[in-house]
Write a protein of this length. Structure first.
Ligand SMILES: Cc1cc2nc3c(=O)[nH]c(=O)nc-3n(C[C@H](O)[C@H](O)[C@H](O)COP(=O)(O)OP(=O)(O)OC[C@H]3O[C@@H](n4cnc5c(N)ncnc54)[C@H](O)[C@@H]3O)c2cc1C
Length: 456
């Protein structure tokens, strides 16, 4: 493959994994990245002695090759533990992700009885007539009953996604929330899962977790080191501004330090957000394609890291919240003791929002005052124990699966896939709610396909 040049857009895990595999297959590789660091959503930001991820990022996989690679890359810096995670609900802590067993046994007597009856009613109804599932609301009501929908699914989901449950596609739920049916549920309450069953997205939450001692960013950094050792070039602070299809491949313009640099390549791998890519493409896609691209929305994330002298802040590494201004708290010392100085600990406080909205625009100080008031009230942390705090922001974090997203997404992708020698990879680049191991695997598969076609 000598002389065949591939350009990778974005140095997140998808882009770096593609670059790594392309080099193994003999391509010449360049990677361009807008940030000053590699890793994208799986980066670790260093501020003096503090190491901060974009939210909790344990690594788990049922893919043996990816597991092997992860262990080889992280080597002696690998920590492992079991998932322990709770939801703060009705003034009590219940197991999370929520399943019907939790609803029946952990949410308090009244909630358990009413939820149980409502679940049984929904299951009986389903038995006689298959419900029509048009959106997430239908899915949750049919699967869990009206009561659980009202007290949990509706408030939690609408706060997290910033849209109504009736506007969300049920596909996301199928991926992320345990499916339930009465018989299976009763069986699952009283029996253990069968050995060797393939892990669904939700069952993946039972896999053993791995974590590098200095933050998940070590994974991307080590892949990047390998890419560079093999002769691949990574250009940081290089923001793609134009992608042109040329006669022999692609010409990509990047803005770096106020200057424009042009890269030429035969093959293009893009992990950039789909709407952004469509907007930067020349020849310009037709208006209706651009309109569809603009309908694909990503939920954003604002993260406040609060360093303090308090140890053992929570009973588990992370807890989800329904009626606080944040949706999740993570205690970093429960992952690794090396993310902050020896006598300190950090709490990451996550706020989901849309880029440019009121939460996104809040200053570090405003968010800190808001969060610490709630944390003090709940007894997690006192202001006097705080030693430092930091703010991280990420704009393209969660693809929002609105009920019409499928139509818009396929319209855009059908247009983009007409272009030869271009591959869309990763979570952001495929508008797909994927985990780290999945984006790595998919990037490898995309490169293997290209290599196989190039040999033919
Ligand atoms: C809060 C949170 C928790 C998570 N927890 C887990 C977990 O526990 N386990 C797990 O396996 N996964 C987890 N994930 C998912 C994981 O982070 C992603 O699957 C993975 O990082 C996606 O990688 P990517 O390369 O596809 O996308 P990204 O990381 O988004 O990479 C895209 C890259 O493109 C760059 N880019 C964008 N625009 C431009 C431009 N114009 N020019 C140049 N570069 C550009 C970006 O800066 C970025 O580096 C979590 C994600 C989040 C947000």
């Amino acid at each position: 493959m000598k002389g065949k040049k591939a350009l990778v857009l974005g140095a997140g895990l998808a882009g770096l994994s593609a670059a790594h595999r392309l080099l193994e297959k003999g391509f010449e590789v360049e990677v361009v990245e807008a940030n000053s660091f590699v890793g994208g959503l799986a980066a670790t930001i260093k501020e003096g002695p503090y190491y901060m991820d974009f939210g909790p990022h344990p690594f788990y996989t049922e893919k043996e090759d990816i597991q092997e690679l992860f262990k080889e890359l992280i080597a002696d810096d690998l920590l492992s533990f079991e998932r322990r995670c709770l939801l703060y609900f009705n003034d009590r802590f219940v197991n999370y992700p929520l399943n019907i067993r939790t609803a029946l046994f952990e949410m308090g007597l009244t909630t358990s009885i009413v939820s149980g009856l409502s679940f049984a009613k929904a299951s009986t109804k389903k038995f006689f007539r298959k419900p029509e599932i048009k959106n997430f609301e239908d899915w949750a009501r049919a699967g869990f009953g009206n009561h659980l929908y009202k007290i949990f699914f509706k408030p939690y989901t609408e706060k997290f996604w910033g849209v109504k449950c009736s506007e969300l596609d049920a596909f996301w739920a199928n991926q992320r929330v345990a499916k339930v049916n009465l018989i299976k549920t009763l069986k699952s309450i009283f029996s253990k899962p069968k050995k060797g069953e393939i892990a669904s997205q939700i069952e993946r939450s039972n896999l053993l977790l791995f974590y590098p001692r200095k933050g998940i960013g070590m994974l991307a950094e080590r892949i990047a080191e390998r890419v560079q050792k093999r002769g691949g070039k990574i250009y940081l602070n290089s923001k793609v501004s134009k992608v042109k299809k040329t006669k022999n491949g692609f010409s990509v313009e990047c803005v770096s330090g106020g200057k424009t640099k042009t890269f030429a390549a035969s093959y293009l791998f893009s992990s950039l957000p789909v709407p952004l890519f469509a907007k930067m493409l020349f020849p310009k896609p037709p208006k209706d394609i651009l309109l569809s691209a603009s309908k694909l929305r990503y939920r954003s994330l604002v993260l406040l890291y609060i360093a303090s002298t308090k140890q053992d802040i929570m009973q588990v590494p992370y807890i989800y919240f329904m009626n606080r201004s944040f949706h999740r708290l993570t205690e970093t010392n429960k992952w690794s003791q090396e993310l902050s100085p020896a006598d300190e600990n950090m709490l990451s406080v996550e706020f989901s929002c849309f880029e440019g909205d009121a939460t996104w625009n809040k200053s570090k100080e405003q968010l800190f005052e808001q969060a610490i008031a709630e944390l003090e009230k709940d007894g997690f942390l006192k202001k006097s124990e705080v030693t430092n705090y930091f703010l991280l922001k990420a704009p393209h974090v969660y693809p929002v699966y609105l009920t019409d997203y499928r139509e818009h997404f396929s319209k855009v992708m059908n247009h983009l896939k007409e272009i030869d020698n271009i591959y869309f990879i990763g979570r952001t680049g495929q508008f797909n709610y994927l985990d780290m191991d999945q984006v790595m695997k998919q990037s490898f598969i995309a490169v293997d396909q290209l290599a196989a076609n190039a040999i033919r």
